[in-house]
Design a protein around this ligand. Sequence first.
Ligand code: ATP
Length: 281
Amino acid sequence: LQSHHLDSPKIPKVHWEDIGGLDKLKTELLKTIEFPIKYPHLFKNSSLKRSGILLYGPPGCGKTLVAKAVSTELNVSFMSVKGPELLNMYIGQSEENVRKVFESARASSPCIVFLDELDALAPRRGAAGDSGGASDRVVSQLLAELDGVTSEEVARVIMGATNRPDLLEQSLLRPGRLDKLVYVGPYCGVEEKTRVLKALCRSYNLRGEVSLPDVAAALPASCTGADLLHVVSTARAAAVRALVRKLDSGLVKESELSPDSIVLGVSELWEGVDTFRPSVT
Ligand code: ATP
């Protein structure tokens, strides 16, 4: 039987500067896990060394990003698995995959386990699409891992993520399990969207006349991080095209190119904004 291939946990390279906004979320997560991870010996009671957090909200709003940044900040390894990846048609194999995830996390502890699309792995009993038997066993395995004893020396952090907390098997949310629910929503308002755009443009050269607040104001009132990333990627593609045109016409030489040659100007960013405008027919 083929079991799911797991990437071994490692410390991510996502820094706070890569993230725009989300300050409250960062503080909230750090507050919950920083102490137990840094000072596990202060927590005699093993239940205090266990943190379980459920991040919920629409896709593309930064759940994975912030979880990774927290791991980077605390210098602990991070293991991310998507629920559906662990599901396997063979009897017993899905539970075995779940067991392996936690075994691998324990071997590199302290480790933050991030279970994305958790609703697929542990759907509420009787929910649509739940065929019954198989998911009951997966849920039991998951609960056993969540309830498992924590050793004296290390803390254990499990984060779940879902777009549909209502579809989740509710016993996962009991005290001692994923008992801290944190909503991660879209970015609303010019200021918040500007902060995300700023973070996403961090590694590009912006032309002096570019005003990110103007760009943010021209976008829909509420945007996901993925939407804002799309604006910047579109602008970057336009900037690359402009550069290629300059090369073709001999205005710049290939030997003069560096990453700094890609410059985002107003017209490039506006190309990104335009992808969000209703098309005029
Ligand atoms: P899913 O539910 O689909 O897993 P998610 O909430 O985990 O979504 P992320 O993968 O963290 O979303 O975000 C999607 C992308 O959007 C990120 O890779 C990142 O490039 C960008 N992004 C989201 N939020 C931010 C932010 N606050 N600052 C900078 N980039 C962001």
